[in-house]
Design a protein around this ligand. Structure first.
Ligand code: NAG
Length: 300
């Protein structure tokens, strides 16, 4: 009996040791998993929306490649709609001669009086700079284009493009540098995006307008054109019908709604001024023929 009991105790000890080792392993895995929180597979958060046969999932679906030729472009979009957030994608644009090729990354709501926040990269002849156009639509009204050149070659590597959207401001960033701010000016009657929006990205044929107003055409002998995307984790407030609503998306429980994100700090303000001075070559706010009287948000 004694021997059997002793043996049982050993078995218990061995199994306890096993459990201990197992939990250590699990803890280690969790630390590892936390280090890798940004590694979210494409299909966890996004779906292909068009041009299925022009989409490639790469590196265990942590990278997506869209391609465009004469037959089609392609696009993808988030599964969910969001009511606020600090959104990002890492993008590497099509290289070489990409005139007429548009790579887009934007948030958009559904319906005719829609809200939309746009990054649009307008391709160009090899060696000529790619334009980054941004636009803001609220209640169906856009016509707020700004255009900049970038301070790096966006076709050479991945760069991070971000959109902050809370109740105080919308900020477009390139590699954490603010390039545009659209403040909430509802108090002076300027509509502000408020509708649930999905995140969309696409590669499409903009030959009729994108490069030199459509005069520089796509060189189809360079097709297929390829844009690559990474960074599919989403910092946003999902709108789930009948549970979460727009109001909850303004809650301070979301970090991008905290005071730090209500306006740019002085360093960011300097960075924005620098971009405007050095890289912006079109701003609807200073387009006098188009707007003899600048839109009200331009004066604030
Ligand atoms: C189009 O690309 C081909 C191949 O690189 C080149 O020979 C041709 O000159 C290009 N056409 C234009 C209009 O740039």
């Amino acid at each position: 009996m004694g021997i059997i009991i002793a043996m049982n105790q050993n078995i218990i000890k061995i199994s306890q040791l096993g459990l201990l080792l197992l939990s250590l392993l699990l803890a280690g895995y969790r630390v590892f998993a936390n280090d890798a929180t940004n590694i979210v597979r494409f299909d966890e958060k996004y779906d292909i929306t068009w041009g299925n046969d022009h989409v490639l999932l790469l590196n265990q679906s942590t990278q997506v490649q869209l391609s465009m030729d004469l037959s089609s472009g392609a696009g993808f979009g988030s599964k969910l709609s969001y009511g606020s957030g600090f959104f990002h994608l890492r993008i590497k644009l099509p290289g070489k001669d990409s005139a007429g090729v548009v790579t887009a990354y934007y948030l958009t709501s559904q319906g005719d009086k829609h809200d939309e926040l746009d990054f649009e990269f307008l391709g160009n002849r090899e060696g000529k700079p790619i334009t980054l156009q941004t636009n803001v639509f609220a209640d169906g009204t856009g016509n707020r284009e700004q255009r900049i050149f970038l301070w790096f070659d966006p076709t050479a590597d991945f760069h991070t493009y971000q959109i902050l959207w809370n109740q105080h401001q919308i900020v477009f960033y390139v590699d954490n540098i603010p390039i545009r701010v659209f403040k909430n000016n509802k108090n002076i009657g300027v509509a502000y995006p408020w509708q649930p929006m999905k995140i969309e990205a696409s590669l499409w044929n903009g030959e009729s307008w994108a490069t030199d107003g459509g005069q520089t055409k796509t060189n189809w002998s360079m097709a297929p054109f390829k844009a690559n995307f990474q960074g599919f984790d989403i910092s946003g407030c999902p709108i789930i019908k009948n549970s979460n609503n727009n109001q909850e998306c303004n809650s301070p429980k979301y970090w991008w709604n905290s005071q730090k994100y209500w306006k740019l700090d002085s360093k960011q303000q300097t960075e924005l001024e620098n971009v405007k001075n050095k890289y912006m070559y079109y701003d609807y706010c200073s387009d006098k023929p188009r707007y003899p009287i600048p839109p009200p948000e331009c004066l604030h």
